[in-house]
Design a protein around this ligand. Structure first.
Ligand code: NI
Length: 179
């Protein structure tokens, strides 16, 4: 079932989400299925449970090709419960981000360039890997959602925050987020 995605301004997006206790709970499987359906319907590259109003440390992300980020390399499709993040680089890199909770907009956001992350997979097994570039950016963006942080809060230069149609007038992304 496609769920409504909460928009910036909704206080439920600002909560520190609660840990998932029982990963085998069948209700969780239904939530994850809804999250994938919702993310794909919106052409998202990631979605965190708080974005559909579920107050749990659960995120999904990944894509082969994505029309909202046509220039980015694929990111493996991953479902993570209780994820963790370790920053491996001192450097950060600025990159354009959007968010399904901030429709129609993009901002230039600094993120660590090299991270290790992990969590528990839906079969209950532990997972960890290293990531760089857009893969690392997507993880950090979704991880922030679990702590009640939206990307505009991380923008350093607010002149680099705006509507897609104004920032990138010739891109096809505008139409995708018009709905
Ligand atoms: Ni987001």
């Amino acid at each position: 079932m496609i769920r409504d995605i909460l928009k910036m301004g909704d206080p439920r997006l600002l909560r520190v989400a609660k840990p998932v206790v029982d990963i085998a709970d069948p209700e969780l499987a239904a939530i994850v299925a809804d999250m994938y359906e919702t993310m794909h319907a919106a052409n998202g590259v990631g979605l965190a449970a708080p974005q559909i109003g579920v107050d749990l440390r659960l995120m999904i992300f990944g894509f082969d090709r994505n029309p909202r980020y046509p220039d980015e390399q694929p990111v493996p499709v991953t479902t993570l419960f209780n994820p963790w993040l370790e920053v491996l680089s001192k450097e950060t890199e600025e990159g354009w981000e959007g968010c399904l909770s901030v429709p129609g907009m993009r901002g230039l956001v600094p993120r660590a360039t090299h991270i290790r992350y992990g969590g528990t997979l839906d079969d209950g097994s532990p997972f960890s890997c290293e990531a760089r570039g857009f893969h690392a950016r997507v993880f950090q963006h979704e991880f922030d959602h679990l702590d009640g942080v939206l990307y505009p809060q991380r923008i350093r230069d607010m002149t680099k925050f705006g509507f897609i149609e104004a920032l990138f007038p010739d891109s096809g992304i505008v139409l995708l987020e018009a709905k």
